[in-house]
Design a protein around this ligand. Structure first.
Ligand SMILES: C[C@H](O)[C@H](O)[C@@H](O)C(=O)CO
Ligand SMILES: [Mn+2]
Length: 412
């Protein structure tokens, strides 16, 4: 079906496809650097990923250097319509020096900033509280040893300064997202003390005021991780309360809740109490497995919540998945495009009509509408979106992804 035919099919429902295409082009997705190298990072002194997160698989083509990772990212962005962002972790420093985590400085990341500027990308940032000897107890900011807490507080402080410098350099605030792996394998006696220590450490880390035009703090909760099955210090209730009281962003990772919970449902609930949200869009399979996101019901619901509840303006969309059993570049491209497709579908809904049916309690009309709308030609609108930005779709995309993967397969 041609775009023009599809456009008139949508117009019959009062839907303006041109407005949707323009709107979608304005939505940046923050693509996570760690899908490109299985969360290994580029520190000379790094350890294993630890912290209960681990990429599984050994598909050829893992990026081994910052240059390889940037080349892979350039290819991936060239396959994705729109202008986007890169979400960088502190462990992805690009330097011949060997700074400890509590010694990192902006200059260790300046090559990323120069590259991002050239590529027209915004940057987001994260302290790395895992893959380090001082995180081996699975306790960092909540560790009972004040020396260990101070080490991580200093690391976190430095990442805020680096994020602010990145935001200043690129003219777009960097979201600095805090996730700590802290927890216990078996049942704790005192669940309160580590949480009180985590709160005090976060307060110390965030004490210096930063300009929100350059950087913003986010906190990411979690249910459990491998090795910390019994107790996570930074649980959802902990961080929800913290974000509300301290005015940080709240990060909702779709893999960090009980498997039957609907994460899209949480947006409108927490948005009444927190100003801005960060999403880690992911696909948990029975646990926080971080599978590449599909265009499935969960992602469609997330897109719909963002559009229908008008939350796009205060939600930063980041991705968090890592699969080492498939082409890593294809994983980025497929996942990011799926997020965009979910947003596009939501932008192509006749929302006023649907909301009116709901407001008047005409649930029959609402059901008829939602089901009939599923037959509209969304694919033709998406293809037009790709075409206008000179991005491939369908068989052409498959060819490009295969060609690139073949070219990087020789890497160890
Ligand atoms: C690498 C990220 O910081 C990490 O995936 C974190 O966001 C997370 O979700 C841990 O489970
Ligand atoms: Mn996450």
């Amino acid at each position: 079906m041609t775009y023009e035919t599809a456009k008139s099919r949508f117009a019959e429902w009062g839907i303006d496809t041109e407005a949707a295409l323009m709107r979608l082009a304005q939505v940046p997705i923050s693509m996570h650097c760690w899908q490109g190298d299985d969360v290994a990072g580029f520190e000379q002194r790094s350890g294993s990923s630890g912290g209960g997160i681990q990429a599984t698989g050994n598909h050829p083509g893992r990026a081994r250097t910052p240059d390889e990772l940037r080349a892979d990212l350039e290819f991936a962005y060239a396959m994705i319509p729109g202008q986007h962002r890169l979400n960088l972790h502190a462990m992805y420093m690009d330097t011949n020096e060997t700074p400890e985590r509590d010694e990192i400085e902006y200059r260790h990341f300046v090559s990323w900033v120069d590259w991002a500027r050239d590529q027209g990308l915004g940057l987001d940032f994260n302290p790395t509280f895992f893959a380090h000897a001082k995180a081996d107890d699975n306790l960092t900011l909540s560790h009972p040893d004040p020396g260990i807490r101070d080490f991580w507080i200093e690391h976190g402080r430095r990442t805020r300064d680096i994020a602010a410098a990145m935001g200043t350099a690129l003219g777009s605030p960097a979201i600095n997202n805090i996730w700590v792996p802290d927890g216990m394998k078996d049942l704790p006696i005192d669940r309160q003390a580590p949480r009180a220590r985590l709160e005090a450490s976060l307060d110390a880390m965030l004490a210096e005021e930063q300009d929100p035009a350059t950087m913003r703090d986010a906190v990411e909760s979690k249910l459990f991780g491998i090795g910390v099955e019994a107790y996570t210090v930074g649980s959802h209730e902990f961080y929800l309360g913290y974000a509300i009281r301290k005015g940080t962003l709240l990060c909702l990772d779709m893999g960090h809740f009980h498997p039957t919970e609907n994460i899209a449902d949480k947006l409108s609930a927490v948005a009444l109490s927190v100003g801005e949200l960060l999403l880690h869009v992911s696909r948990p399979m029975r646990w926080d497995s971080d599978h590449v996101i599909l265009l499935n019901d969960d992602i469609l619901a997330m897109g719909q919540a963002l559009i229908s509840e008008d939350l796009l303006g205060r939600t930063h969309i980041g991705l968090d998945f890592f699969d080492a059993t498939i082409s890593r570049t294809a994983a980025w491209v497929i996942g990011t495009r799926n997020m965009q497709k979910a947003l596009l579908r939501a932008m192509l809904l006749p929302l006023e009509r649907l909301k009116e049916a709901e407001e008047t309690l005409d649930f029959t009309a609402r059901l008829i509408l939602t089901e009939e709308l599923k037959d509209l030609p969304y694919g033709a609108i998406w293809e037009e979106f790709c075409k206008r930005d000179d991005r491939p779709a369908g068989a052409q995309l498959i060819g490009e992804l295969t060609r690139y993967q073949t070219g990087v397969a020789h890497r160890g």
